[in-house]
Write a protein that binds this ligand. Structure first.
Ligand code: ATP
Ligand code: MG
Length: 690
């Protein structure tokens, strides 16, 4: 179908149009394309237009693979593509229904492909997926079994072991190298860690579970088989990737195996926004992309920022310009404004919370909806004080990143039940579920799981398991439930409701605040009902849980207006009319756990750059003069005095309007310069003791 509304590309600038139509007119599948450009220059928008362009020129949507950073981003992209198609081909309304079946994160797509190809690579297609917490639990189990915890108390904790394992898998580097560069304090345990990882891998295999990293690892291994690589590669005529700067070596390997000559491959990203090195991502992927191919990939750069006003962009540019590594980008804004971003000094976090609430409400009065306003922070815990204040003032909010409501114990219980019925060998899930039953503790749970693991099919035997006297009464009902759920996939989401009813009947005895928790479970049921089946529900929920906080408010209804709270990491790719950055102080950004090397400091700087470039019209950075830290390193809870983030040097202050809140009385006010001088002096005196 050729577009009749030829002007649909009109709103794009010349460079964007070049990227959208790259390869058009040529015979066959277009060669590799790289769009590397700064924040807000329309990379994601360009990618959406390119997908629409391909579909308009006859590409089958089912053969387009679109890889994004989150499921939310994938959904948003799907909506954009349909909107563009609706406009570009109004006379073909069916086109605007185009469904991008294969869009999602690398991990989610990996999970689907592995199920489809399971039989071919010797994997049980009924595998279940462990989230990080489950993986840490399994790692712990393996650790105990290897006798590593009891023998040596200084052995790294389960979370650290998992982080080391994950970094090794994702970078493809040898363990010794990873230890030396990233976990030097664990280097002495190399031999033990190797043994532990062997045990961990064996446990996963025996139980038919995959962890996050396996979804990429197995996918990459599958692509080592030339015939399979060709088959999977041919399944997708076009592969498009957003936020390519945050991919890791394993992901690059997968892409190159699918598209060895780069035909049909298009990636976009910004090296100045690389913020996932701590998880093994490498900016080399995007920088080295063109040279992988012969002839090299077509490279398009975009220089006009359409998102932020000029003063906001100028401040963000000043922050990134100080990086040890230089980014050769000229970014200019299409949006003039006289309003500079604000740098707001407050006394402490209580004042910070009060200030943010006052500002948010004032802007709502001015007509900026809450959902057009975001509050961003470095660590999920930084918003605690603000969350309390919002709750007290009855202001609805949604929180992205950090602790999710899916991590609440009761929600995990229900999910574990579903997961276990899916795969009875999944020990972490089984352990959790069995112990929900009154009368069953770790010992009897382990015995049941051992018996099931030894049996060929498993489920029929469940009812006959010897369980302690106290558990006898509910056991038959439980076994019947599991059997029913194992058969119930056709009747989704009825099976889910059945599981919830059983759980709710048992819950009052398990937890105190049963009504709050019931609200969460009902919320989960609403989400479940939007999925076609159990497997898809479990997979996507495990990989990319919807952000929301647990608590009385639950997740606001979709048509309600709510404020956005988000970690800086989870804010990637998005934009809001107003952005407030909390805790713009040293120790928070850069985080005091990431100040060991220039590389880490630079990643923190890019993170602040990402946060600032999310703002369209308003940007404010709030810096409490002191804040509270809970006891660490034997130091007990205490107040610490904080200095403004080092990423905003004195020379850059001209980019900001400085103010204090609440306004001090006139006679004490001083000039911004004198206040800064006082802060600088205080920092200097403290610095003597560093
Ligand atoms: P990031 O680096 O943050 O991911 P991005 O480069 O992906 O940003 P987009 O999110 O695609 O940028 O676009 C930023 C904003 O600019 C969006 O609101 C988009 O609609 C708008 N925009 C993009 N291109 C144009 C254009 N040619 N004319 C007007 N607005 C545009
Ligand atoms: Mg983008």
């Amino acid at each position: 179908v050729a577009s009749t509304a030829a002007d649909w590309l009109e709103p794009l600038n010349a460079a964007q149009r070049e990227a959208v139509t790259h390869g058009a007119g040529g015979a066959g599948v277009p060669g590799p394309l790289l769009v590397i450009a700064g924040a807000g220059t329309g990379k994601t928008n360009t990618l959406a237009h390119r997908v629409a362009h391909l579909i308009l020129h006859g590409a089958d949507p089912a053969r387009i693979l679109l890889l994004t950073f989150s499921r939310r981003a994938a959904d948003e992209m799907g909506r954009r593509v349909r909107r563009i198609l609706g406009h570009a081909a109004a006379e073909h309304p069916w086109l605007a229904q185009a469904n991008l079946e294969w869009s999602g994160t690398f991990h989610a797509i990996g999970a689907r492909l592995l199920r489809d190809y399971a039989a071919r690579i010797g994997l049980d297609p009924a595998f279940t997926i462990h989230d990080r917490e489950d993986s840490a639990d399994l790692m712990n189990l393996a650790r105990h079994e290897a006798g590593l915890s009891t023998r040596e108390r200084r052995f790294p904790l389960k979370g650290t072991c998992l982080a080391i394992y994950s970094a090794t898998v994702n970078t493809g580097a040898p363990l010794a190298g990873v230890l030396q560069s990233t976990f030097p304090w664990c280097a002495e345990w190399e031999t033990e860690l190797k043994a532990l990882f062997r045990a961990y891998v064996a446990a996963k295999q025996a139980q038919q579970v995959l962890d996050y990293d396996d979804l990429l690892l197995y996918w990459a291994h599958m692509m080592d088989e030339p015939a399979l690589a060709r088959e999977v590669g041919d399944q997708f005529r076009h592969v498009l990737v957003d936020e390519y700067q945050d991919t890791n070596p394993l992901q690059a390997r997968i892409l190159l195996a699918m598209k060895p000559d780069g035909r049909g491959l298009a990636v976009v990203g910004d090296d100045a926004q690389a913020i996932y090195a701590f998880r093994g991502a490498t900016v080399r992927n995007i920088l080295d992309f063109p040279a992988h191919f012969d002839p090299p990939a077509r490279r398009v750069t975009l220089e006009c920022n359409y998102r932020s006003t000029q003063p906001i962009l100028a401040a963000a540019n000043a922050v990134i310009a100080q990086a040890a590594e230089r980014y050769d980008k000229e970014l200019w804004s299409a949006r003039e404004s006289a309003v500079r971003p604000q740098l707001v000094s407050v006394r402490d976090e209580a004042d910070q919370a009060a200030f943010v609430v006052e500002r948010v409400l004032a802007r709502r009065e001015e007509g900026i909806e809450l959902r057009q306003q975001a509050v961003l922070f470095r660590a999920a815990s930084h918003s605690a004080r603000l969350e309390m204040e919002l709750t007290r003032r009855n202001i609805p909010f949604v929180k992205f990143g950090g602790l999710k409501f899916l991590e609440a114990a009761h929600v995990k219980d229900v999910l574990a039940l579903l997961r276990w019925t899916e795969n009875l060998r999944d020990r972490v899930a089984g352990f959790r579920v069995l112990q929900l039953l009154p009368g069953i503790g770790p010992k009897s749970a382990a015995r049941v799981l051992d018996n099931l693991a030894a049996a060929p099919a498993g489920c029929e035997l469940l009812a006959e398991q010897p369980v302690p006297e106290a558990a006898r009464a509910g056991w038959a009902e439980f076994a019947a439930l599991v059997e029913e759920l194992r058969r119930a996939d056709a009747a989704w989401p009825a099976g889910f409701e059945r599981a919830c009813r059983w759980y709710e009947a048992h819950m009052p005895g398990l937890y105190d605040d049963a009504t709050v928790r019931q609200g969460d479970i009902q919320q989960l049921a609403r989400i479940a009902a939007t999925y076609p089946g159990r497997q898809r529900f479990l997979t996507e929920l495990t990989l990319d849980p919807p952000g929301a906080t647990s608590g009385e408010a639950g997740m606001p209804l979709l048509d309600e207006d709510y404020l956005i709270l988000s970690t800086m990491h989870s804010a990637k790719g998005q934009e809001w009319r107003s952005v407030t950055v909390l805790n713009a102080v040293d120790g928070c950004i850069p985080s005091d756990i990431s100040t060991r090397s220039t590389l880490e400091i630079d990643e923190e700087r890019r993170l602040l750059y990402v946060a600032m470039t999310r703002a369209r019209d308003h940007l404010e950075l709030v810096a409490p003069q002191r804040f509270y830290v809970s006891g660490q390193q034997g130091l007990g809870d205490r107040h610490v005095y904080a200095g403004r983030t080092r990423f905003i040097s004195n020379r850059m202050l001209g980019h900001f309007e400085q103010m204090s809140w609440p306004e001090p009385p006139a006679e004490l006010r001083g000039t911004p310069d004198s206040r800064q001088a006082a802060l600088d002096l205080a920092a200097k005196m403290r610095g003597m003791w560093d």
